[in-house]
Design a protein around this ligand. Structure first.
Ligand SMILES: [Fe+2]
Length: 305
């Protein structure tokens, strides 16, 4: 097979390999490790090196254990196969390389199968702070260490399973407009819950307030801001608030929610499931995130299958 040019390696938005895979309709891909440039590895080294002291101060203990368990090399981008050799025996999870955006249903379905869709590109070395989309540092250094924790992993699986319930609920509605309205509202609720927990969650425990959300764990500036800034409001997680709360992705979060433990988080997912069954997610407040066509279609496609 002819390999694309390696001049820009696997840099986010610049990688010919990724563009080619997407053009071919390939969502799940291999990680072509030889394509990473030295500049890509240097970006990983810089990101990892500057985050470590931040993690030691602000990350929750389960994350720190996860970083140790995965034996990530601080100097080189990890091979997903190596990460999975350490991860899989612990919780059954594995990182699965993807070529880009994964439509909502497929993303949730992967979680329920203990697979984590993982971006393989990395941000530019000269733009470490500017990141409009996920990259391998966010996914492998921010998310995957959490998947080594059994209680967290089980919560993620339970959350992923909610997508199937949403399809079941949608399939019972005959009126097409009503079906789209409800699915749109349910997907929005799930996206908001995911955002305020898995991506930006805080945990209040014996060590005080710590971070477990991966968006914070992979952000050099925001991890400290989330814990120390007086401009951030921090509240105990309330389901009715979170599912109705819009968020914006292009600035530091002014509003964060904390849980007491992953057992607590698991119980909130169970409650979310019951709320979905009771119709409490059918009319959440409008606003961000907008549910795109691709996300909606990914749910409808399962129903129609
Ligand atoms: Fe993420």
């Amino acid at each position: 097979m002819k390999m694309p040019c390696n001049s820009v390696g696997l840099t986010t938005t610049e990688a010919a390999f990724i563009e080619q895979a997407r053009n071919n309709g390939e969502l799940y891909i291999a990680q072509p490790y030889q394509l990473y440039s030295e500049d890509n590895h240097a970006a990983w080294k810089s990101l990892f090196g500057r985050m470590r002291p931040q993690w030691e101060r602000f990350a929750n203990e389960h994350f720190m254990k996860g970083i140790e368990s995965l034996c990530l090399d601080p100097n080189r981008i990890p091979k997903l196969d190596d990460v999975n050799q350490f991860l899989n025996p612990l919780t059954g999870f594995k990182a699965k390389a993807v070529s880009g955006y994964v439509p909502a249903y497929l993303f949730f379905d992967c979680l329920s199968n203990r697979e984590f869709p993982t971006t393989i590109t990395i941000r530019r070395h000269d733009k470490l702070d500017y990141l409009p989309e996920p990259d391998i540092f966010h996914d492998i250094a921010g998310h995957v260490p959490m998947h080594t924790d059994k209680a967290f992993a089980d919560t993620l699986v339970r959350f992923g399973e909610l997508a199937k319930l949403a399809v079941e609920i949608g399939s019972e509605i005959k009126d097409e407009d009503e079906k789209l309205h409800r699915l749109n509202s349910i997907i929005k609720s799930l996206a908001r819950f995911f955002w305020f927990t898995i991506e930006f969650g805080l945990m209040k425990g014996k060590d005080g307030m710590k971070v477990y959300g991966s968006g914070l764990l992979s952000s050099f500036g925001e991890i400290q801001y989330s814990i120390e800034s007086p401009l951030v409001q921090r509240y105990p997680l309330q389901l009715e608030w979170v599912i109705n709360q819009y968020f914006e992705i292009d600035h530091y979060q002014p509003l964060l929610f904390w849980v007491e433990s992953f057992d607590h988080l698991f119980s909130l997912v169970t409650e979310l499931e019951q709320w979905m069954k009771d119709g409490k997610l059918n009319n959440v407040s409008p606003g961000e995130p907008l549910v795109n066509e691709e996300d909606l279609r990914s749910f409808l496609a399962v129903e129609g299958a």
